[in-house]
Design a protein around this ligand. Structure first.
Ligand SMILES: [Cu+2]
Length: 169
């Protein structure tokens, strides 16, 4: 083979490998595994779910949403409050632990109940370690609550979403 043909053939051989690497990066992100978020309960088969059970770290959507699915139709069951999610008993405060499969540079983490922002933790535009825990004061709420946690990425327009069902008090 001449040099040009060799270059063309090796380029064609490399292209699929490159695509696989990019797809791997795109599917590797993060979620809350303690207390078990809705996607964690799917992954643990606590609740019967679709694709999300294979990739609980992938609830990625545009910043600014307030939905458990991050607007992903493929993960729509995360928005269904009647699916039998197990609520974790907690007191006045609760500690949430994120597991990251890709250490995206972070603007901040936010914790909401309803439209109330309970806590915001800066990520200093830095890459987080593989796990991060935040203790959140839940304020005056009691009984069954749905907390929405948001991981806002610093270098993309996206965020990751995780809903955690709690039994407060
Ligand atoms: Cu990612």
């Amino acid at each position: 083979m001449n040099k040009r043909l060799i270059a063309a053939v090796s380029g064609a051989a490399l292209a699929p490998a490159f695509v696989v690497v990019l797809a791997g990066a795109a599917s590797a992100h993060g979620y809350i595994n303690s207390p078990p978020s809705r996607q964690a309960q799917c992954a643990q088969r606590t609740v019967q779910c679709g694709d999300i059970k294979y990739e609980p770290q992938s609830v990625e959507g545009p910043k600014g949403l307030r939905s458990c699915s991050g607007g992903n139709a493929r993960f729509a069951e995360l928005d269904n409050d009647a699916l039998g999610w197990r609520a974790t008993p907690v007191g006045r405060t609760a500690t949430f632990r994120w597991t990251f499969t890709a250490a995206h540079r972070t603007s901040n983490w936010q914790y909401y109940i309803g439209n109330t922002l309970l806590k915001e933790v800066s990520g200093n535009d830095a890459q987080p370690p593989s796990t991060v825990s935040h203790t959140v004061n839940l304020g005056n709420v009691s009984g069954r609550q749905k907390l929405l946690a948001v991981w806002n990425i610093a270098d993309t327009t996206n965020a990751f979403y995780a809903c955690v069902d709690l039994q407060v008090g």
